[in-house]
Design a protein around this ligand. Structure first.
Ligand SMILES: [Zn+2]
Length: 307
């Protein structure tokens, strides 16, 4: 995944500042023949290229509409495919309207894939892969299952009663032999591969490699370490947890057969299993180890995790 960040702070959606607990992801495509990210994301950061009409979405109401998504996937000025994060992932977006069951804006992270004329297979395959990697990354981060009704497209959202009546992305994917079912299967495959493809941004190093660099002293200590790792776009908490894990493996303690974990706000069993055990499907082991009869957990709860 080639993930960049340019938050659309001039958009009224950003200024509204409402937050959500992400429960799912809604995939959109733009419905206009323009694969260039600069059409929607701006101002130019040196990679996007200049939008000569200045009609990107970093404006109060793009085209007079209350609209904003969490990310766009499309082409940089040099033709490379990239993802641009345009809202904080836990901010409430304006992307799907509503239906009889409510609004996906309250539950789903959203992104737009920039459409071309829908006939270029090479472009389609590249953005499909980028979108799957983005979804795997988000599923892992928020404990979202790559299943209906969590990982859906706009037209499925309409079927489920949480979105307006739009056809995306099912007017496009089938032209290239794909569907939301193949897409969910691909995201699941990425997650089962341990998320190593999914969690890296811009081809960055794995958590394991970073942890070993930290131990070698390459990233300093304490606050400096945290700031430098965060500034470089890495997940400080994950790296530090790995450091502790590696270092504790060198101790000779044999008494502990499990690790302790304190539930944070927004955690789910699936999410904890994905984050700590490498696969969301291992959430059943956590339930068994802790004698839980339901999937409900609460912030502050202490859980044992298998080592
Ligand atoms: Zn849509």
């Amino acid at each position: 995944m080639n993930l960049h960040k340019l938050i659309l702070t001039s958009n009224a959606c950003y200024k509204a500042g409402r937050t959500i607990t992400p429960r799912g992801i809604m995939v959109h495509s733009t419905g206009a023949n323009n694969p260039n990210l600069k059409r929607y994301v701006g101002p130019d950061d040196g990679l996007l290229g200049k939008n000569q009409y200045n009609n990107h979405w970093n404006t109060d109401k793009p085209g007079g509409r209350q609209v904003c998504v969490h990310a766009f996937i499309g082409k940089l000025a040099n033709g490379m495919i990239a993802t641009y994060q345009t809202l904080p992932w836990n901010m409430r977006g304006w992307h799907c309207g509503s239906g009889s069951q409510g609004s996906g804006n309250d539950t789903h992270i959203s992104f737009e894939i920039c459409e071309d004329n829908l006939s270029d297979a090479a472009y389609f395959n590249a953005v499909y892969k980028e979108a799957a990697e983005l979804c795997a990354y988000l599923c892992k981060q928020y404990g979202i299952r790559p299943e209906r009704p969590y990982l859906i497209c706009h037209s499925e959202g309409h079927e489920l009663g949480i979105a307006s009546n739009h056809g995306d992305v099912m007017h496009w994917f089938p032209k290239h032999g794909k569907s939301m079912d193949t897409f969910r299967a691909e995201v699941n495959r990425l997650l089962e591969n341990g998320g190593s493809e999914a969690s890296s941004s811009s081809g960055s190093k794995s958590v394991d490699a970073l942890a070993r660099e930290v131990i070698r002293g390459n990233w300093g200590n304490g606050v400096e370490r945290k700031n430098r790792l965060t500034a470089a776009g890495h997940d400080y908490a994950a790296v530090q947890a790995k450091v502790n894990e590696i270092l504790s493996g060198k101790s000779t303690s044999t008494t502990e057969t499990f690790e302790s974990y304190t539930v944070a706000k927004g955690d789910t069993l699936w999410g904890i299993a994905a984050k700590k055990l490498g696969s969301g499907a291992r959430y059943k082991e956590i339930k068994t180890l802790n004698g839980l009869s339901s999937d409900t957990i609460y912030a502050g709860q202490k859980l044992k995790l298998p080592k």
